[in-house]
Design a binder for this molecule. Structure first.
Ligand SMILES: NC(=O)c1ccc[n+]([C@@H]2O[C@H](COP(=O)([O-])OP(=O)(O)OC[C@H]3O[C@@H](n4cnc5c(N)ncnc54)[C@H](OP(=O)(O)O)[C@@H]3O)[C@@H](O)[C@H]2O)c1
Length: 262
């Protein structure tokens, strides 16, 4: 299977690297206008071009990874060259109706919302689709599931998916940074702090996945009555930890309409 990615920016390049790393496609090509910025991809066997039509010529799947305001121009370029190709948009905020209207034709369209951990084959990718047959669905499912976890969702959940999975990377990073600041305050240098915190967060996530458990079940295992863990956790809650995470996520969700125009 051959893959093309139109829009070799942060996410497009992360997808290309993840696909290469996972050996998920035979040929990968990536386009952007300023092609010099992605020439380095050639070193890992990925073709690059500034010509979108050339980029998609041999593709079975075309991933469109540009900003919302750039998508119309890209569709103008590729509209007449997508017969028998599966189109996957990762563009934030453009729902399947809008994509179909912008494309100006009825074709199988998938929408995927991965995050940049796709470069490490650890993405959380939410997918919706229209007019796709079962072979195409399996094709898209197979592609993204080689680079992390996937779920299929109704298209009207994609904004929520964007906030939880794509923005979620930044929220997790901010927790890591805060814990590092505390680690340095109690005696570790920055390198040790980063190592301790990242491995601990990774371990916590692995426990939940391996045990199929709720966070509170795992917390119960490490909170001794009157111990230092529960004291710290309760202080975090008194200072508004859960409340600020919930409010931040809600705020991102309410702001997503504004970025649809950017
Ligand atoms: N970053 C994330 O974590 C993430 C996660 C999920 C979804 N998304 C969504 O994915 C999309 C891309 O995000 P991003 O962060 O990767 O943005 P980005 O870094 O700005 O990448 C967009 C790329 O598209 C290229 N481009 C623009 N117009 C083009 C055209 N006509 N033909 C070919 N390439 C063109 C740009 O390069 P040139 O200017 O050189 O052409 C740029 O490299 C956005 O809609 C974003 O909301 C991002």
């Amino acid at each position: 299977m051959n893959l093309s990615i139109v829009g070799g920016g942060n996410l497009g390049v992360a997808i290309a690297k993840g696909v290469r790393e996972a050996n998920a496609c035979t040929k990968i090509s990536v386009s952007r206008r300023n092609v010099s910025k992605i020439r380095h991809l050639k070193e890992i066997g990925i073709s690059v071009t500034a010509d979108n039509q050339e980029c998609i010529r041999q593709a079975d799947i075309v991933i469109v990874a540009v900003k919302p305001f750039q998508v119309e121009r890209v569709f103008d370029d590729i509209r007449d060259h997508i017969d028998n190709k599966v189109i996957v948009s990762v563009v934030t905020g453009k729902d399947l109706d809008e994509i179909e209207t912008l494309l100006g034709r009825k074709t199988s369209i998938f929408r995927a919302m991965p995050n940049i951990a796709i470069s490490q084959k650890e993405s959380m990718t939410c997918i919706s689709y229209r007019n796709g047959n079962s072979d195409q669905k399996v094709m898209v499912e197979n592609l993204f599931s080689k680079m992390g976890e996937i779920i299929f969702v109704d298209d009207n959940m994609m904004d929520a998916c964007t906030v939880m999975a794509a923005c979620g990377i930044a929220y997790a990073m901010r927790f890591i940074r805060a814990a590092m600041q505390a680690a340095i305050q109690i005696g570790f240098d920055s390198n040790a702090a980063l190592k301790i915190v990242t491995q601990t967060v990774l371990g916590a996530a692995q426990l939940l996945k391996a045990n199929d458990s709720h966070p509170e079940q795992e917390i119960d295992k490490v909170t001794t009555p009157k111990g230092c863990t529960i004291v710290g956790l309760n202080k975090m809650e008194h200072e508004g930890f859960s409340s600020s995470v919930i409010q931040g996520i809600q705020h991102s969700f309410e702001a997503i309409d504004k970025i649809k125009l950017q």
